[in-house]
Design a protein around this ligand. Sequence first.
Ligand code: HEM
Length: 309
Amino acid sequence: MTAESPLPVQVVDTMEHLDGRHPGYRRAHARGACFTGTFTPTGEAAKYTTAAHLTGGPVSATVRYSNGSGNPAVPDTQPGGRGMATKFHLADGTATDLIGVNLPRFLVATPEQFLDLVRALAADKDAGTDDKANLQAFLARNPGSVPAFQAAADLGVPASFGTTYYKALHAFVWVNADGDRQAVRYRWEPALGVQKLDADQIANEDEQFLLGEFADRLKGGPISFTLFVTLADPSDPTNDATKVWPEDRPEIEVGTLTITGEVSDQAHWAAQIFDPTNLTPGIELSDDPLPNLRHSAYSVSYDRRSHGE
Ligand code: HEM
């Protein structure tokens, strides 16, 4: 009898079962490409955090846009999650990451629920039926996941990676020069506004249009996103990404990311890792248990893909 694998390994193994094993690719968000730009803070965050990239002068950034599936061949014309992973390059030679998706809330609150969910999805795949009986049973066991699945069902197909919002979903804690702590959630708003394709437009699009569309659009000028954070009230949950905070919470405009072109070396950047726990002084993890699971799962995926598996 072999010992049971650690939970992050079980998670990644199950993700591979679900989306297939695609050597060299990320086990989620497999198809993507990297772009380069500059982030310019407004200065408004300085009251709440000492984080260098959010309070000082402009910093360069590398941004990876991606589709959510671990299968790089899933068509862009299929509705689904889209990702925006940003690496801010700091003056001291380090970097810090901010990872978002086009969802208002996450699907689960805990690592155990995530494993339960991917196992349910894998069981439905194995059953080969359309009734999604295992997912329905998961949702009955985990009613807190239902709103995120309803939101996911409404995602549609964005007209561009530049025409959807992206949220980091977890709460992070900002710490200022006095040591005061403030829980925040991040949101990127596209300067182009939110635009989705209608059924006719989807039917006329190439199956893999999104990355080419973004690169072509950049030839006509930069594409921008504004970074906002919502400031939590002390009563707001910080340990459960399935729960949104009340709409009247204050927001601050943190800065603008201006994307100017593709990175010169896609292969180099494809091989990097964007990790939600790669933070910088002035930003800390909250009591949300998922970022640490993500750190471990991303490491398992990174280890496999960087060994050609
Ligand atoms: C427990 C929950 C989660 C698990 C187990 C998980 C797992 C993974 C894995 C294995 C990868 C591939 C990592 C790599 O090879 O570099 C990945 C990538 C990614 N995930 Fe997650 N994920 C989770 C939650 C989330 C959440 C909440 C978000 C959004 C806020 C998110 C957004 C992304 C994005 C955008 C990427 C692509 C990053 C890149 O471009 O390098 N994931 N995820």
